[in-house]
Design a binder for this molecule. Sequence first.
Ligand SMILES: Cc1ncc(COP(=O)(O)O)c(C=O)c1O
Length: 397
Amino acid sequence: MMEHETSPVADSPAFPSSSSARSSLPRPPWFARPAARSWTCAPPPADAHAFHAALPGYTPTALHEPPTLAAELGVARVFVKDESERLGLPAFKALGASWAIHRVLAAASDDRRLCLVTATDGNHGRAVAKMARQLGLRAHVFVPEGVHPAAAAAIAGEGAEVTTVAGSYDAAVRRAADAAGAPDAVLIQDMAWDGYEEVPALIVEGYATLFSEVDAQLAAAGAPSPSLVVVPVGVGSLAQAAVAHYRSRRSVTTAAGEAPAALLSVEPEVAACVLGSLRAGRPTSVETGVTTMAGLNCGTPSTLAWPALRDGLDAAIAIRDADSAAAMRDLADLGVSSGPCGAASLAGARAALTGEGSAGRRAALDIGAASTVVLISTEGAAAATPSEAPQAREDPV
Ligand SMILES: Cc1ncc(COP(=O)(O)O)c(C=O)c1O
């Protein structure tokens, strides 16, 4: 059974607050379930990594170890997985889109006339559009009205038809699902709902490559397996991939006796649907607002991700745009290009591991001075496209 809101109280900060604006503010929205660390699941299929490795232009994205972050977060080592350059795009999303499209086309009897349809806050749609162009296929991408014109233009620049939908990301998903009912259309969506789970499952399989790369890169850096992995969350598919990776490979303890990684999700305060769902103990939609973290501005968790997140995620935290902006600037100063969604990982780690109440949060995550932390920076600064308009929640499909 799930425990709710288990942040033990600490009277004074275990570590000083960061340079972000968090210091003077109350404790961040937080949920912890330390029992998740002993939960196990089946490993994801291994085929996606070999597929990606054979793609033209594939190279593992960088894993940086910026010098000052470990001291700031009160741990031994901090690594940043830098997805600012992934298969020619400034975000990690092409990993999922490329693998899912490859598998969908392999199963299609005649793929030449197919139109790939999707909805997006920016990065996923651009990845689908780019894959379609490379394969000589059409793409139709639906974007919510709050998506920045530059993001829509980047998708159109890949040759896709772009349709702007009045309303939220969830509304755009519903429109895309309707459009994919047309002959020769196929929906390539990075979130699942009842009756639509096959393609999202493939997308999550594709994301596994990112975590396999981290394994190899930590080993090459002489680092232990991570004590904490921090993942930005929209609908939760990337976090689902993290759960599948770390809860299958390091089920209870590793051969070397290392504890399994704690997994922390980070969402904008205005779109914290996974945090809200964990607190409620069931998938819950929230009304989203305006945030610079456009790719995280999602109001409903993926149904496929939900059981994995419920059982395998240790903690969830929510941050504000100012926290992400400060992290983005600090990462840039450290030589890491990170957009608002990508920098959410550092902002979330700061909010969890420093400041008021951090002793309790660190205890829940089992993080101490000897810990190694991996921050997944899911996009580069070039992907930054702030949302412009308030978005009302609607049910996705
Ligand atoms: C840059 C970036 N980071 C993180 C996410 C969150 O991924 P998910 O929706 O799978 O939680 C997205 C989603 O679009 C994204 O574009």
